[in-house]
Design a protein around this ligand. Structure first.
Ligand code: 5GP
Length: 194
C-alpha cells in the first residue's frame, strides 16, 4: 500500500532490536484518514469471505480494526491484556510473548462474543514473530469459530511470524512488508499490488 509506505518513510524511525516506531500515526497519535484507507484495503482484500467478526488485540490493533469493521459492517472484538473487573463472564484465555515488552502476557476474550457460527478476520498493527497473531488464532480455534485470515498493517518480513502463520495454511495479507531495518534504514519488500 503505497500511501502507507510513504507515511512510514516520512514519519517512522528505527529503534534498536528491529523495532519500528510509528507513534506519529499508528501507535500513539492516530491518523484517522489513513486508518480509514487501511480499513478499505483490508475490506477489499477479504471481500466475499463471509467475515462476521474482526478480532484484534489492545491497544494498537484497535484503530485499523475499527475502520475495517466500519467498512465491512461487522463488530470488532479486542483481546484484553489485563482482566478488568467487568470481565466476569467466561473467558477464552491464552498466553503470548510480547515482542516490544519482552514478557509473557495473558490475553482474554469473553466467550459471549465468539461462537462456532463466526467467521473471523484477525487484524494487528505489526507482525514480527507471530506471537500475537498466533495467540489470537488459538482463541478463535478454542471458540470453534472459523479463522478466515490475518490482516497485518506492517509485516516485518525478515522475522519469522509470516512464515509461521503461512506454513499453517493461514491466509495472511500484509499492507506493507519490510525487508530490513538494518543500519536504521527502512527497506520494503518488492510486492505485487493485488
Ligand atoms: P509478534 O507477536 O508478531 O512477535 O509481534 C507483534 C506485536 O508486537 C504487535 O502487536 C506489536 O504491538 C508489537 N510489535 C512487534 N514489532 C514491532 C515494531 O517494530 N514496532 C512496534 N511499534 N510494535 C511492534
Amino acid at each position: 500500500m503505497k500511501v502507507l509506505e510513504e507515511k512510514i518513510l516520512s514519519k517512522g524511525t528505527v529503534l534498536p532490536n528491529n523495532v519500528l516506531k510509528v507513534d506519529g500515526f499508528l501507535n500513539h497519535q492516530i491518523d484517522p484518514e489513513l486508518m480509514l484507507e487501511i480499513g478499505k484495503e483490508f475490506a477489499r482484500r477479504f471481500k466475499g469471505k463471509g467475515i462476521t467478526k474482526i478480532l484484534t488485540i489492545e491497544s494498537s490493533g484497535i484503530a485499523p480494526s475499527v475502520m475495517t469493521g466500519l467498512v465491512m459492517h461487522v463488530p470488532v472484538i479486542f483481546a484484553r491484556k489485563k482482566k478488568s473487573q467487568t470481565m466476569v463472564d467466561d473467558l477464552f484465555t491464552t498466553a503470548v510473548f510480547s515482542y516490544t515488552k519482552g514478557e509473557r502476557q495473558e490475553i482474554s476474550v469473553s466467550k459471549k462474543f465468539l461462537s462456532n457460527q463466526d467467521r473471523v478476520l484477525i487484524i494487528d498493527d505489526f507482525l514480527a514473530n507471530g506471537e500475537a497473531a498466533y495467540g489470537l488464532a488459538k482463541i478463535v480455534e478454542e471458540s470453534g469459530a472459523q479463522l478466515v485470515g490475518v490482516g497485518i498493517v506492517i509485516e516485518k518480513a525478515f522475522q519469522k511470524g509470516g512464515d509461521r502463520l503461512r506454513s499453517k495454511k493461514i491466509h495472511v495479507e500484509s499492507l506493507v512488508a519490510i525487508d530490513s531495518l538494518a543500519n536504521r534504514e527502512i527497506s520494503f519488500k518488492k510486492h505485487k499490488e493485488v
